[in-house]
Design a protein. Structure first.
Length: 281
């Protein structure tokens, strides 16, 4: 099996300088380093520029409706716990259209890697504000500036005691890779909120802005301390980067499968008993 996860001869439909390129690079490198099996790896994504990422990675993919990546990822992991499942998309896709699914994936603690490209704008639909856009952000739609408080995904994840909560800046590729790799190795739901610029439709939150308005957590930070983690993510700017909180609990698929990790397709089905159930109605 080739250790390259890059698809050959595929045109990448992103603007030059887009932060998505760095995320694509990290995911393909980490999958290779972890010696992931291509046939047992699947990326689920919704709609948007970020959601195009699995088209450029040589693994299985599942393209779904806007905001619906997480329930499909949950079903895949429940049906076949042996799969490596990644749910991936942008801040609008995951926190806006998919906000309700975001809450319940955390509550269930599904053993998936949840990668969110957070550029604080809707890039595919040409620049309107997203749930994470800051107050005052102006666009062709929000001409007088955003008046709502930005959605804070990390504080929501912590309120629900998510298993792994992290944030990175794609401008610091080395640190981002370290944290993303840890997310892949975490046995449970793992959120990686990746700060990345949209170089065309967001002229405010640039590479420089993210660098100037974030900092890497000090070594003394205790990622098992929920209260300390909550305080960190409520600081505003500068934003903390790194593994903010982690804990290990039973996963959704362990509970619904009663410990069995065998894929559903491998189960033996007694057709006579199934027919009896149908006949009983």
């Amino acid at each position: 099996m080739s250790n390259s996860f890059n698809r050959e001869n595929v045109d990448v439909a992103w603007c030059p300088g887009c932060g998505n390129f760095g995320i694509l690079k990290l995911v393909t490198e980490i999958l290779a380093e972890l010696e992931a099996d291509k046939g047992s790896t699947v990326i689920v994504s919704g709609i948007g520029q970020a959601a195009k990422t699995p088209y450029y990675i040589d693994v299985n993919m599942f393209g779904v409706l806007h905001g619906r990546a997480l329930p499909v990822a949950t079903a895949l992991k429940a049906a076949n716990p042996q799969l490596t499942v990644i749910a991936e998309g942008g801040d609008g896709d995951m926190y806006g259209e998919g906000g309700n699914h975001f809450l319940h994936a955390i509550r269930r603690n599904v053993n998936i890697v949840h990668i969110v490209h957070n550029n604080m704008v809707y890039g595919l639909t040409k620049g309107q504000a997203s749930p994470t856009s800051q107050k005052g952000f102006t666009s062709k739609v929000q001409v007088d500036g955003v008046g709502s408080e930005p959605f804070n995904p990390l504080s929501v994840a912590l309120a629900l005691k998510a298993g792994f909560v992290s944030r990175v800046n794609i401008g610091d590729i080395k640190h981002a890779k370290e944290i993303l790799k840890a997310a892949f190795l975490h046995p449970g739901y793992a959120l990686i909120d990746i700060l990345q610029p949209c170089v065309v439709f967001n002229k405010t939150n640039t590479y420089k802005w993210f660098k100037d308005n974030s900092y890497i957590l000090e070594d003394s930070h205790d990622s098992s301390n929920l209260s300390a983690a909550i305080q960190k993510v409520l600081e505003g700017t500068p934003m903390p980067l790194g593994i903010i909180y982690k804990n290990i609990n039973s996963t959704f698929e362990q509970r619904v499968r009663f410990g069995s990790m065998e894929p559903l397709y491998a189960h033996h089905h007694d057709l006579a008993k199934i027919q009896e159930q149908f006949d009983s109605y």
